[in-house]
Design a protein around this ligand. Sequence first.
Ligand SMILES: [Zn+2]
Length: 162
Amino acid sequence: MSHLTDSQIQGLADGTLRGPEGLAAREHCDGCAECGLELTLYTSLATGLSALTDPQPPPDFTATVMAAVQVREAHLASRRHTLLAALPAAALAVFAVVGWAFSVQIGHIVDDFATARTVIGVLTPVFAAIRVPLGIGAFVIFAVVLTALSRTLRPVYARAET
Ligand SMILES: [Zn+2]
């Protein structure tokens, strides 16, 4: 009989090689010094491996993880509050821009009617006159909202850095 393969000897060492094949391999190792020595080495290796235990986590592991989770939760909560605070400002900005665009549209409609109706023709300069202030007002509101948004967002980043 030829010498055992490495996988056969490893199977003998860790007990996974069983049955007639395992018996034959065991008999060969009893009569063969070379395979017997290899089996001894693999057996001691398998014993040493099974004696290894999982490394213990540091004693403050759970506390550290929970503290990190709480910091993350607080960060998310503050971001939610910032988004809630930004929503009315964003709605106001949209309202201002839509209002400005709508005022421009009214001006065009009035322009069309003005050719047929002199009464509205009198009003046309009035709409034309207020169109520019309306646009300026909308952009001023937009700028104020953007400034307010940037100020609302800034503390979040400052808190996140600490
Ligand atoms: Zn052998």
